[in-house]
Design a protein around this ligand. Structure first.
Ligand code: PMP
Length: 359
C-alpha cells in the first residue's frame, strides 16, 4: 500500500524530482562526481547555484533589484537574521503575530531591538484582525508577518499595506504555492522543507536597498550583505540542498508554474474544507473562513477518542503524519505542492467514511 504523507514538514517531495536526484546522485552530468563531493568553488557548482536562482527568478518573476540567497539556520535562524540585518535602521520593528511562528519570531527579534506588537496579544490564533485596527509604527525598521502559520492554519490571502515601511515575510510553509508580487516586499524568507526541498537551506529574497546596514554583532553567515556580495558562496553552502531546490523549481515550471500550483492548492484545500463544513459539527476547523490556510488544515473531531481512532485508522490506510501539532492537538492535514489531488481525494473519502461510521 502506498504511503500518503500529509506531514507539515519535512514533507512530501515530488516523486519525479526524487527520481531525478537518485539517477544523478553518484555521477552528476559528465562530472564523474556526486553533487555532495564537488567543490563549492567548482564551475559545476557555480552553475547549480546560478541555475537554481535563475529558475526561481523566472517562476516568481523576481525583479532585478532583488538578490536571492541560500542560507543555513532554518526559519528559526532567519528570525534572528532579519532583526540583525534590518533592525539597526531605526532600532525597532513591527510584528504582526497571527500564530506560534510569528510569536517566536517576535520573541527572537526582541533580543536585538524594540518589538512593537501590531495586534493585541492573544493565545487563540484563529484569524487576522482587519487592517484598520492594526497599530503600525511609521518609524519601524520593518513590518514582519508570517504569511502562513503552519501550526494554526492561518494564512493571509492578501499582502499587508505598510505605507512604505519595508515588509518582511516568513513564507516557509506557503512559498511557491502561488504567485505574488515580490516588489511589495523588503525581505522574503522560507525554510525549504515544506514546498521546496530538504531541510538545511533557507531561501532569502532581499531588496538591494535594504543591504548594507547589518548590526555589528551580525554573524557573517547571517549577513545578507556579505552573502549577497558573495552570491551565497562566502563559506560552504548546503550544496546538495541548493541542487535539490533547483530541481523542485524546474519541476514547478514544468508543471505549469505558480498559477498551476495555486489552482491545485485551491482545489485540494476546498475539497477538505467542504467535508469539514458539511459535517454538521462532526469535524470543525477553528480558523475563520477568510483566513483559512490552503497548505495546512487543522481540524478537530467531536471527541478526543474519535481523533485517536481517526489517526489510527488513517495510518492503516497508509495516510501518515496527520496528527495536529503538539501545542494544539487534533488533526492537521498539510497539502503542499507535492501532495496530489488523488491523494487528497483519498483523505476526503476517508473523512467521509469515518464520519458515516461514527456520527
Ligand atoms: N516559520 C514557519 C512558518 C514554520 O512552519 C517553521 C517550521 N515548521 C519555522 C518558521 C521554523 O523553521 P525551522 O524549523 O527551519 O527553524
Amino acid at each position: 500500500m502506498p504511503t500518503i504523507n500529509f506531514g507539515a514538514g519535512p514533507a512530501k517531495m515530488p516523486e519525479e524530482v526524487m527520481r531525478q536526484a537518485q539517477r544523478e546522485f553518484i555521477f552528476y552530468g559528465n562530472t564523474g562526481l556526486s553533487v555532495i563531493e564537488m567543490s563549492h568553488r567548482s564551475s559545476h557548482y557555480e552553475n547549480i547555484n546560478q541555475n537554481a536562482q535563475d529558475v526561481l527568478r523566472r517562476i516568481l518573476k523576481v525583479p532585478d533589484n532583488y538578490k536571492i540567497l541560500f542560507l543555513q539556520g532554518g526559519g528559526t535562524g532567519l528570525f534572528a537574521a532579519v532583526a540583525m540585518n534590518l533592525m539597526g535602521r531605526t532600532g525597532s520593528a513591527d510584528y504582526i503575530v497571527t500564530g506560534s511562528w510569528s510569536a517566536k519570531a517576535a520573541k527572537e527579534a526582541a533580543k536585538y531591538g524594540k518589538v512593537n506588537l501590531v495586534l493585541p496579544k492573544t493565545s487563540k490564533y484563529t484569524g487576522i484582525p482587519s487592517q484598520e485596527t492594526w497599530n503600525l509604527d511609521p518609524n519601524a525598521s520593518y513590518v514582519y508577518y508570517c504569511s502562513n502559520e503552519t501550526v494554526h492554519g492561518v494564512e493571509f490571502d492578501y499582502i499587508p499595506e505598510t505605507n512604505g515601511v519595508p515588509l518582511v515575510a516568513d513564507m516557509s510553509s506557503n512559498f511557491l504555492s502561488r504567485g505574488f508580487d515580490v516588489s511589495k516586499f523588503g525581505v522574503i524568507f522560507a525554510g525549504a522543507q515544506k514546498n521546496v526541498g530538504p531541510s538545511g537551506v533557507t531561501l532569502v529574497i532581499v531588496r538591494e536597498d535594504l543591504l548594507g546596514e547589518p548590526m555589528k554583532i551580525c554573524p557573517i553567515v547571517m549577513d545578507f550583505t556579505i552573502m549577497a556580495q558573495d552570491n551565497s558562496l562566502h563559506n560552504t553552502p548546503p550544496t546538495f540542498n541548493v541542487y535539490f531546490v533547483g530541481l523542485v523549481f524546474q519541476w514547478i515550471e514544468g508543471q505549469g508554474g505558480l498559477a498551476e500550483m495555486e489552482k491545485r492548492a485551491t482545489y485540494k484545500s476546498s475539497a477538505v474544507y467542504s467535508v469539514i463544513d458539511g459535517s454538521k459539527g462532526f469535524y470543525s476547523c477553528p480558523v475563520e473562513k477568510e483566513s483559512r490556510s490552503k497548505m495546512n488544515i487543522p481540524f478537530r473531531i467531536k471527541t478526543e477518542e474519535l481523533e485517536q481512532l481517526f489517526l489510527k485508522e488513517a495510518q492503516t490506510k497508509g495516510m501518515i503524519q496527520l496528527k495536529g501539532h503538539r501545542s494544539v492537538g487534533g488533526i492537521r492535514a498539510s497539502l503542499y505542492n507535492a501532495v496530489t489531488t488523488e491523494e487528497t481525494q483519498s483523505l476526503v473519502q476517508f473523512m467521509e467514511e469515518f464520519m458515516s461510521a461514527h456520527q
